[in-house]
Design a protein around this ligand. Sequence first.
Ligand code: SAM
Length: 268
Amino acid sequence: MSRGSSDLTVDLKYDLYEKSVQNPENDMLFLNQEFERLRKRRALTLREDFGGTGMLACVWGSQSPDHHAWAVDLDQEPIDLGKKRHWSQLKDLEKERVTYLHGNVLENRDFKSDIVVAFNFSYFIFKERSLLLSYFKKVLEGLEKDGMFAVDIFGGTECHQELEEETEHEGHSYFWDCDSYNPLNNHCTYYIHFQTHHDKKKHLKAFHYDWRHWSMAEIVDLMQEAGFSKVITYWEGTDEDGEGDGIFYESKSEENCESWVTYIVGLK
Ligand SMILES: C[S@@+](CC[C@H](N)C(=O)[O-])C[C@H]1O[C@@H](n2cnc3c(N)ncnc32)[C@H](O)[C@@H]1O
């Protein structure tokens, strides 16, 4: 994510972002369930790569006195905001268990964790195959011997169309704007805009993303090539109205739809 160029204050920008796109409780539920199912023990340590404000790391670290988390980000702005918004809300002992690291996810770390996550498609920032492969290899090195890597990914028939999708939230609207897509190399530009309801003002380009849209098959291949012993693809179940029900299950074959978001897990 780049910071974009909107007129919003930093606090409001991240507040609207988190309310629109983040759900650390759901992510944590998925991670806890899948780690326990696949590894037959509880996961205790988590590294949140591309952590931004480290919201998931803070929720993770507060689970119990045995839980620890690290959030890694290149940009000091979301780190400072995250400390102010989330870390400061933790109890003293919880604070000791959550660490923000200002740095690059490609750097070596002097600790290992049970789980590493790269969420909100942040690894799409690596456009070259060799770079993404080196990142996945670094993740593998940073995992405990029975560790698990989880990423999210999106796709669907609509995802490369230049269109702006609006989602209503309490107090604001969120816009996901696919601005450009190059079919020759899958490079794409997305923007997030917000509209605050109280003044009806639209705040353009609060965040911008310059990505390569990787496919599920490419990510599976790359994780296998990086050395993950098993790579698992998931799909989201649907409710009676055909909407996603937030429950993800292992799957290898599904019917495509207009738009989907799901997880991929790599086991060390
Ligand atoms: C899309 S945001 C993700 C924030 C949060 N994890 C989430 O799920 O919403 C991507 C973040 O990755 C950071 N970032 C980009 N390249 C990075 C790198 N090589 N190493 C560490 N952080 C990076 C950006 O500063 C930005 O905060």
